[in-house]
Write a protein that binds this ligand. Sequence first.
Ligand code: PMP
Length: 326
Amino acid sequence: MKYAKNILETIGNTPMVKINKLAQELPCLVLAKYETFNPGNSVKDRMALTMIEDAEADGRLKPGGTIIEGTSGNTGMGLALAAIVKGYKCVFVLSDKQSKEKMDILRAVGAEVVVCPTDVEPDDPRSYYSVSKRLAEETPNSWYVNQYDNPSNAKAHYESTGPEIWEQTSGKVTHFVVGVGTGGTISGVGKYLKEQNPDVKVWGIDTYGSVFKKYHETGIFDENEIYPYVTEGIGEDILPENVDFSIIDGFTKVTDKDAAVYTQRLAKEEGMFLGNSAGAAMKGLLQLKENFKPNDVVVVLFHDHGSRYVGKMFNNDWMKEMGYLD
Ligand code: PMP
């Protein structure tokens, strides 16, 4: 008999799928690392498990403990699955711009969800950074995960996602393109791929309203770059320790409208029912067209599943309201 001993053993080893119609204007092969095949429907299952295992190993997380995190949803799902199998409680702090589906899904897997306002400064006591830190201080036997600065985040991708991409492309990958939030995915995968072949180019997808691109290009943390945006999962108003700017060759920014439109196009033209950051990554990849030559193998990573966006990017009333449908 061939079976996984529990759901956590099904994390990773996701498929690589060719992008056909949407990549027609490019001269090269474009492959999607298709992370929705993880049990929590996102790439974040990988780092959630690694962060928990590393915290167990050095005693930060103890039996019966409470896991506390500020999460946009996907990391919460990964942590919740691992917590169920391993016997921990979870409290997640979300900003109010996150979709209702994400909150309902986290409650469905037994987590307590605390909602905070989005449009306040990170050091404001109401921000989800501040609230999660405070809850961690007040809750006995708790562990504050801090995916932004926790090195186990990028390590998970260095140990699993990166090697899988290298093997699945038989070492032929020339470019890696991915949305950047905490930076764990780009930094872990990028480091692994560049160690195998220093010529691999690593591109980050950023949003308008986020600090990454300007910081990478100038070394300046420009507060004028920070303003509210709609795209979910990528872009930040802080510099997480997990973003290793030295392994990133460049960033391109994608508008909220383009990210939403390409989320729909991936579903309708490729049969890829994916989250909003996948739309941003696909459009960003097309913006990088001039960098690609005929024999290149471009890998784009798609983080999460479309089901979490049915009330937004897959709802045409919402799309019209936002002015995203012509
Ligand atoms: N897309 C989605 C949907 C996400 O949840 C995240 C994580 N915030 C990202 C992209 C960015 O990944 P990372 O945090 O590894 O940079």
